[in-house]
Ligand binder design. Structure first.
Ligand code: KIV
Ligand code: NA
Length: 294
């Protein structure tokens, strides 16, 4: 299968074919996402929450992101487009070379094809922040690294926006999102993630933009869809405990239940002596040799 590129993603939008993106954080998740033929693998900073157990995406560092990117690259080295999230604190500085240098690390050390930047509209209202962020993105694209933009709910800005909640729900805020999407396109982003915004707002942005939109909690009229691996597969589903699943996420499997059942079965069989038994005790001594025990 041919390598997915920023160009092939763009041509999917033009031909009306939906783009698929799923997160991966390590070798096995990357292998599975690749085997399923998903177009884009995102090493998301959601890693901080679903893999590392933090409450937000803020704590994960660039070095930690690169460590996860390297494992994903080994799991899906050839076909899908690999995008790595620039973590909180790695690209916001006035000095745009910091962002460019860190983007180069994601490519050279992490093996990523592209990086993703969040851009928060509510911050831009305070001090023209989204224009400055767009300039950073332009600087990174000029430097030769493809950029995926991310607007709407931008979890890294949790301390500014106050909580994980839908964005763009008034006409003024919807308009600000559209302006930011256009800014991202003008800055050279190859696509834009739209997270947790009304479906009609996402549809309007998708229609205005030339570059593809990839939605999560943004309705069906985007150029593609992205979900978090653990959410869509039910990695923490459990027979007796409630699992948190975002409202917009369909669960396509209950992998957590399988894991819990497998582990419980192992424990039971070890304790009652059923495992390993003869079937899983394959090694016998070479009978030609002299006895070592009398
Ligand atoms: O980190 C992440 O998983 C993301 C996606 C939800 C787009 O940014
Ligand atoms: Na993210």
């Amino acid at each position: 299968p041919r390598k997915v590129t920023t160009l092939s993603i763009a041509s999917k939008k033009r031909r009306g074919h939906k783009i698929t993106m799923v997160t991966a954080y390590d070798y096995p998740s990357a292998v599975h996402v690749d085997r399923a033929g998903i177009d884009v693998v995102l090493v998301g900073d959601s890693c901080a929450m679903v893999e590392l157990g933090f409450e937000t995406t803020q704590p994960i560092t660039l070095d930690q992101m690169i460590h996860h990117c390297q494992a994903v690259k080994r799991g899906a080295p050839n076909r899908p487009l690999l995008v790595g999230d620039m973590p909180f604190g790695s690209y916001e500085f006035e000095d745009k070379d910091v962002a460019l240098r860190n983007a180069y690390r994601m490519v050279k050390e992490g093996g990523m094809d592209a990086v993703k930047f969040e851009l928060t509209s509510s911050i831009s209202w305070l001090k023209g922040g989204s224009e400055s962020r767009a300039q950073t993105i332009k600087h990174v694209v000029d430097g030769g690294v493809a950029v995926l933009g991310h607007i709407g709910l931008t979890p890294q800005a949790i301390s500014v926006i106050g909580g994980f909640r839908a964005q763009g729900r008034t006409a003024v805020r919807a308009r600000a999102l559209l302006d930011d999407a256009i800014r991202l396109q003008d800055a050279g982003a190859f696509a834009v993630v739209l997270e947790c915004i009304p479906a009609n707002v996402a549809a309007a942005i998708t229609e205005v933009l030339e570059i593809p939109t990839i939605g999560i909690g943004a309705g069906g009229d985007t150029s593609g869809q992205v979900l978090v691996f653990h959410d869509l597969l039910g990695m923490l589903s459990h027979p007796h405990h409630e699992e948190f699943v975002p409202k917009f996420c369909k669960q396509y499997a209950r992998v957590g239940m399988e894991i819990t059942n497998g582990l419980a079965q192992f424990k039971k069989e070890v304790e009652d002596g059923a495992f390993p038994g003869e079937e899983y005790s394959p090694y016998v001594m070479n009978t030609d040799e002299e006895k070592i025990f009398d």
